[in-house]
Design a protein around this ligand. Structure first.
Ligand code: HEC
Length: 107
């Protein structure tokens, strides 16, 4: 299954078009999908799960390694808020691959 997803990611530009409606609805979604989806499929983003601090770190890395334009704080904050809210660290224990509802109540 994982290989299948990777092959789809490699399949090309048509796949790379990301539609905000495919991702969890929360403030900042349109901005995040438009910006992060401009270079790669937003699915590459949605497949990760991190805390806000970790998202921040990985975006710094993206700037250094992948020529992502540095965003002003005003632009970056809503995107980080969205990422942290919509794609938090995956629940530990299960190790279940695939989609988990990011808004499900947590114990
Ligand atoms: C200027 C282009 C560009 C922009 C804008 C961009 N990225 Fe990336 N990103 C890349 C490249 C290049 C890669 C690595 C190549 C690949 O895996 O497709 C990458 C890879 C990634 C990965 C995978 C890292 C891994 O460990 O496999 C994540 C997660 C990611 N980007 C998140 C984001 C997020 C979140 C944003 C928006 C805030 C964003 N990117 C915006 C160019 C960009």
């Amino acid at each position: 299954m994982r290989l299948f997803v990777i092959l789809l990611l490699l399949a090309g530009p048509a796949w790379a078009q990301s539609d905000p409606a495919d991702f969890p609805d929360a403030p900042g979604r349109e901005e995040a999908v438009a910006f992060c989806g401009s270079c790669h499929s937003f699915r590459i983003v949605a497949s990760q799960g991190m805390t806000r601090v970790q998202w921040d770190e990985s975006l710094k890395w993206m700037v250094q390694r992948h020529n992502m334009p540095q965003l002003d704080k005003d632009d970056l904050d809503p995107i980080l808020d969205y990422l942290a809210r919509a794609f938090p660290p995956k629940a530990s224990g299960g190790g279940r691959p695939g989609w988990t509802n990011p808004f499900a109540p947590r114990q």
